[in-house]
Design a protein around this ligand. Structure first.
Ligand code: ZN
Ligand code: ZN
Length: 282
């Protein structure tokens, strides 16, 4: 297969992230499988299980295929002649055995402070080198990880490597949606729902307003009385001189939003007066 030595930086970084994701997916699936077992049974051997899993992945990707799974997805491989037997062994030790040792020391040798300190220092050094290496990688476009740099493992792309195009169709759709949402955010607060609902309701039902005179009926409140607006037990019951009862908050809010408010049940118009319902306790 024809190979080109140029691999874009973003592809190299993506391959690295994909590898992490793949490991995480397998990990999560294993964890869901463990759930059925009694707790603590396998957690004692967590470092061994992790190392075994990583070894299997390593064997099937780098050892046999000369590229990690993330690289395979993006049609990248390591340059073949760099993967000598010795370097493969070093790679295995540094990517799998070293993290395994760290895990084991964290879990089982917590009292050996000297050892913990050494490990901490090594970790710190590796992280510092990673940062420096990353800056170098951004400049040169080669060896995205310290280990690749150390082993001089170059990436090459196989023919048929996908071009990275940005999907503008998706962006356009996103822009249209954002614009539409912004429009709604601006216009919605100006719509008076209460009066709109009343007007639409009057248009549909075309009720004749027969009961426009303020009646002298005092609404009676019983155990089963519900607020005509929110259909809950009325809190601080009030009325607008029809037989229906409202929570104070419901009716006050409604008449403030729509001064021509009418009772949603009997269509009685609000006459500018909200009265407290007198509860007769017998
Ligand atoms: Zn209410
Ligand atoms: Zn009413």
């Amino acid at each position: 297969m024809e190979k080109s030595s140029y691999v874009s930086r973003v592809n190299q970084l993506d391959a690295y992230l994909l590898d992490k994701e793949i490991l995480k997916i397998i990990h999560d699936q294993l964890n869901t499988a463990y759930k059925e077992l009694s707790p603590g049974l396998l957690s004692r051997f967590q470092p061994e299980i992790d190392a075994l899993l990583k070894s299997l992945i390593w064997l099937n990707s780098i050892y046999f295929n000369k590229s990690t799974f993330g690289q395979q997805i993006l049609a990248i491989t390591y340059k073949n002649d760099n993967l000598t037997r010795n370097r493969l062994i070093v790679h295995y030790i540094l990517t799998i055995l070293a993290p395994y040792t760290k895990e084991v020391s964290h879990l089982r040798f917590t009292n050996k402070l000297q050892l913990q300190k050494v490990i901490e220092w090594i970790e710190f050094t590796v992280k510092l080198l990673s940062i420096l290496n990353f800056f170098r990688f951004l400049k040169n476009g080669q060896y995205p990880t310290v280990l690749d740099y150390f082993l001089r493992w170059n990436h090459v792309s196989e023919s048929g490597a996908r071009m990275r195009n940005i999907g503008y169709a998706y962006m356009n759709r996103e822009l249209i949606w954002t614009g539409f949402l912004e429009l709604l955010n601006v216009t919605l607060p100006f719509i008076n729902y209460n009066s709109l609902r009343r007007k639409v309701g009057q248009m549909i039902t075309s009720k004749s307003k027969s009961d426009q005179e303020a009646s002298k009926i005092e609404p009676v409140i019983t155990v089963s009385t519900l607020c005509a607006i929110c259909s809950q037990r009325p809190i601080i019951p009030h009325h607008i001189q029809c037989v229906h009862v409202f929570c104070y908050y419901c009716i006050k809010g409604s008449v403030m939003a729509d001064p021509e408010f009418s009772c949603p049940v009997c269509d009685f118009s609000y006459k500018g007066e909200i009265k407290h319902v007198i509860v007769n306790v017998e």
